[in-house]
Unconditional design. Structure first.
Length: 384
């Protein structure tokens, strides 16, 4: 059993959080529950599932910090409908068995009105599939990230740009810049199987040449296979640890290359590791820039500063937005707040301007993509 994470405790620093969270898949065979704030009258419960495996923890920990900040701030202001929200966190290791255990646990949580902010691409997709089949009565809200295959899940309601939408944005932006050839590097066979066709279709539609790479003998070895004829701009599909390995291999080469990553790469972690000294990394993000002036971003920075000793990151901003979106929808539920009424409220998919973050779903319950890009320059600066 992993240590409990208390949602109601303020000023949880990164150092304390990392001591509480497991640092690898072997340490998280079974989830940890976070006890919510005490209240005279029981309030609604929301469940958050986070993947704390070694490949996902750098993203999940930041996303969880942002979500916690939002729920704590809401409870400090009176909660939802006058009652404190119980925010429960369930850790998984990204494996099918651990996600299965999360669903089994959820079935016994009769007071849980929604699953909000699942963090980890693989975990989010697995959970969406299981919930549709075994618990279709509960809303699965604002997962981070999920692929387009989750959009046809009747009870999954995404608000962030999917991996496919981010790929399309990245490739199109390169096309507009006049780039005619790009490389596609996949962090694992799983990414290769999931996103190769999407990337090829987008590149072909824009008349771009695409060369594909995947790690049959490791990412550093793969980087060593690049030569003078290889594309200088590479789109990377994988997590932060995989990108670090690949970038370390690239830095041994004389030719400078640019890497375009998706939003499951943590730029702050890359800064700390110094992997961009010779290879600038551009990250596609599904949230506004953290130094932006939108009301939701200003609220996020103020809340984060007040409650946590943490720098702002795109992932924690996403966690904050996921919780704030759920709060807005749940607050507006008419009549008793329960699984059925919450699911009905999210299923309406009413357009919302969440402090400058526009959520405008179409009839397929898919949001119109909001995508920005940030870069870790060769000197280590983060450029929006």
């Amino acid at each position: 059993m992993n240590p409990s994470l208390d949602t109601s405790t303020p000023l949880l620093t990164r150092r304390r959080l990392l001591r509480a969270l497991p640092l690898g898949a072997a340490a998280c065979a079974w989830p940890a529950w976070a006890q919510g704030p005490k209240a005279g009258t029981p309030g609604p419960t929301v469940l958050q599932v986070v993947d704390t495996s070694a490949s996902q923890i750098d993203v999940s920990r930041d996303f969880l910090v942002g979500a916690r900040a939002a729920w704590q701030d809401t409870n400090a202001r009176g909660g939802l409908r006058g009652k404190a929200v119980r925010h429960l966190v369930l850790e998984v290791d990204g494996s099918a068995s651990s996600v299965r255990s999360a669903v089994d646990a959820l079935k016994n949580l009769t007071d849980c009105v929604a699953v909000v902010g699942t963090a980890g691409d693989r975990a989010a997709s697995q959970l969406a599939t299981l919930l549709r089949r075994e618990a279709p009565d509960i809303a699965h809200v604002a997962p981070w990230l999920h692929n387009a295959g989750a959009d046809n899940q009747d009870s999954t309601f995404g608000i962030f740009a999917t991996r496919q939408e981010q790929i399309a944005h990245a490739v199109k932006s390169l096309s507009v810049m006049g780039v005619s050839e790009i490389g596609a590097v996949f962090g694992s066979q799983a990414e290769y199987a999931s996103y190769r066709d999407d990337l090829e279709q987008v590149a072909s539609g824009l008349g771009m040449r695409l060369k594909t790479y995947y790690p049959s003998n490791g990412l550093q070895a793969l980087a060593g296979t690049l030569n003078a004829q290889s594309p200088r701009i590479l789109i990377f599909l994988g997590g932060t640890p995989e990108l670090v390995q690949f970038a370390q291999g690239i830095e041994k080469q004389a030719a400078q290359r640019y890497i375009v990553a998706m939003s499951d790469v943590n730029l702050q972690a890359l800064q700390q590791l110094g992997v961009s000294r010779f290879t600038p990394v551009i990250a596609t993000q599904a949230v506004p820039l953290v130094n932006g002036n939108q009301p939701i971003v200003r609220s996020y920075r103020e809340t984060l500063t007040r409650l946590y000793d943490e720098p702002p990151t795109p992932q924690s901003l996403a966690g904050y937005i996921s919780a704030r979106y759920a709060q807005e929808v749940l607050q507006a539920v008419e009549g008793p707040l329960n699984r059925a009424s919450a699911l009905q409220a999210f299923a309406r998919r009413t357009p919302m301007d969440l402090g400058g973050f526009r959520i405008n779903p179409d009839n397929k319950r898919k949001n119109s993509a909001f995508v920005t890009q940030s870069m870790v320059a060769a000197d280590g600066r983060l450029v929006g």
